[in-house]
Design a protein around this ligand. Structure first.
Ligand SMILES: Nc1ncnc2c1ncn2[C@@H]1O[C@H](COP(=O)(O)OP(=O)(O)OP(=O)(O)O)[C@@H](O)[C@H]1O
Length: 257
């Protein structure tokens, strides 16, 4: 399969949506310390789509969690649109996550008893705000589910459920959308639907997407693929095909520990 043709970040001022400066994350203490991230410095520009890949245990999820303010680095700094997360207290961090960051995970985490529109509105309602019906419909339209507002998750396919999860993440108009294996639970046809949607959100609406994936085909929808090995950045590919990404992964996974 060839690369998906796109020109990364060519219509924006290319401001940095997220910056990590020398970010380290260690778990445990004394002899049993694990360095999940080791002085990682990376920027994600506005209006770009980045995939993060690497062997199991290389620090991908930890990177995403630190970048999204779900976890705090042991050292280093993370900046979201000019706000340095390390300077925020827990309440401020919770508000920032709620207002300025969107997440989608491998599991869709939808409430089975609620309709699509109720699921989409839920995060804002939990935050004490009531989104207008027009806004809920707008995000459902955006993910191609305008006609499914009243459907419950059990009445929808996996791809449709993930698109509801995407609409739920988009309702606050986040500055960055993070995905941790967002297509991991989908078959390849359905994955493609969701990836095309992510791609079009970046191309036409200038969203910023950062996605962890194990799948070279999924990664080929991104502008840029960043490779992690042992908690450090081990290079990147720009506008690469799935084959080129797969070849790089094979080399990384074959490298001696
Ligand atoms: N809560 C934790 N406590 C201790 N060690 C952890 C914790 N979370 C992650 N680690 C360790 O940090 C390293 C990086 O983990 P991380 O989950 O970020 O890797 P990953 O690349 O996302 O892996 P995978 O592809 O298998 O999901 C691993 O060695 C892991 O065992």
């Amino acid at each position: 399969m060839g690369g998906h043709m796109h020109e990364p970040g060519n219509r924006r001022s290319n401001g940095e949506a997220i910056q990590l400066r020398s970010v380290s994350r260690r778990y445990g203490s004394g002899h049993s310390t694990v360095t999940a991230l080791d002085q990682v410095s990376l920027s994600f520009s506005q209006g770009t789509f980045t995939a993060v890949m690497g062997p199991s245990g290389s620090g991908k999820s930890t990177l995403l969690q630190c970048a999204a303010g779900l976890d705090r680095p042991t050292s280093g700094a993370v900046t979201v649109g000019g706000t340095e997360l390390t300077r925020l207290n827990e309440t401020e961090l919770t508000l920032l996550r709620r207002e300025r960051i969107g997440f989608v995970f491998q599991a869709f985490n939808l409430m089975p008893c609620l309709t699509a529109e109720q699921n989409v509105a839920l995060p804002l309602r939990l935050a004490g705000r009531r989104p207008t019906r027009a806004r809920v419909r707008e995000v459902l339209e955006q993910v191609g589910l305008g006609g499914h507002a009243r459907h419950r998750p059990t009445e929808m396919s996996g791809g449709q459920q993930q698109r509801v999860a995407l609409a739920r993440a988009l309702i606050t108009r986040p500055e960055v959308l993070f995905g941790d294996e967002p297509t991991g639970a989908l078959d390849s046809q359905t994955s493609r639907e969701v990836l095309k949607l992510l791609r079009s959100m970046v191309d036409s609406e200038e969203h910023t997407v950062v996605m962890v994936t194990h799948d070279p085909v999924a990664a080929s929808y991104a502008d840029r693929v960043v490779f992690l090995v042992d908690g450090g950045v081990n290079g990147e590919l720009i506008g690469a095909s799935a084959d080129a990404i797969a070849a790089r992964m094979t080399r990384l996974e074959a490298a001696p520990c």
